[in-house]
Write a protein that binds this ligand. Structure first.
Ligand SMILES: CC(C)(COP(=O)(O)OP(=O)(O)OC[C@H]1O[C@@H](n2cnc3c(N)ncnc32)[C@H](O)[C@@H]1OP(=O)(O)O)[C@@H](O)C(=O)NCCC(=O)NCCS
Length: 238
């Protein structure tokens, strides 16, 4: 099992359990300036994963600069998301026709500190189905990861910040180790996606989550126009 088990059909996943030998492209340097070697290696490996997915989609290897909200600036018409944590680096990308927005997150299974639980979870989210998962998964960590995935799908479309309490999540377990969810964005404006679907799975002490918009044409148009209005993938990538 991997990120592949949680993304929609048609999304290309590339991943690695360790850092790989690769380089940071010149147009990416500004986004990683001053970082320690381990952070550079994580950044470069995750981008190598994304370039492998882009190659499968027909793109030549080029930079994936860091955008103004720190989002990865992908080629026009491509949506997707990068994630890394101890022991995992990965990317999930597709053409915008597959899904108009996609976010992914991977977290080592751990207890979220008690003081973070009310920060991450709305009052009704840690009761009922959200708390019926396996013993080795903290339900608050599941909510945290789902909301991170939602943010990574939401922010590149809208350019807007989301707080944890701006999203209400309902999870449904589909067996011992995986399930699906619906996330409603409570502050969505009329042209913005108000809901995301997603899946989650637990394996090898890692939690995988993916969130995607099922919005219609308005969302798709908004995705393309916003991503093309960013600092400019093509200009920055040269
Ligand atoms: C951006 C954020 C979601 C990253 O999550 P994380 O668990 O810390 O880290 P991950 O390894 O899973 O993901 C990091 C990658 O996310 C991507 N990312 C960063 N900002 C992003 C954004 N605004 N939109 C989409 N992707 C983004 C980057 O590719 C980054 O990797 P890189 O810096 O090497 O390029 C998190 O740091 C953050 O800023 N959260 C605040 C917003 C939020 O979560 N609100 C509540 C949710 S409702």
């Amino acid at each position: 099992m991997s990120l592949r088990s949680v993304v929609p059909a048609g999304v290309l996943v590339e991943e690695s359990r360790q850092d790989l030998t690769t380089t940071v492209f010149p147009a990416e340097e500004a986004g990683i300036a001053g970082a320690v070697p381990s952070r550079r290696a994580e950044f470069a490996t995750t981008r190598l994963c994304a370039r492998r997915a882009l190659a499968r989609l027909g793109f030549v290897a080029s930079a994936i600069p860091v955008g103004p909200s720190r989002q990865p600036l992908l080629p026009p018409g491509i949506v997707g998301s990068l994630t890394h944590c101890d022991g995992y680096r990965g990317s999930a990308l597709c053409r915008a026709q597959v899904v108009p927005a996609l976010g992914v997150d991977v977290e080592p299974c751990r207890q979220l500190p008690a003081d973070l639980r009310p920060v991450v979870a709305r009052s009704d989210e840690l009761t009922g189905p959200a708390s019926t998962g396996p013993d080795d998964l903290d339900p608050a960590l599941l909510l945290f990861s789902i909301k991170e995935s939602v943010y990574k799908a939401w922010n590149p479309i809208t350019g807007r910040w989301l707080g944890f309490h701006d999203v209400r999540v309902r999870t449904r377990w589909r067996g011992r180790r995986s399930g699906d969810f619906r996330a409603d964005v409570l502050i969505a404006r009329s042209a913005e996606p108000a809901g995301f679907d997603g899946r989650f799975a637990v394996q090898d002490a890692l939690l995988f989550t993916a969130a995607w918009s099922t919005g219609g044409m308005a969302t798709l148009c908004s995705t393309l126009s916003h991503s093309m209005s960013q600092t400019g993938y093509r200009a920055a990538a040269r």
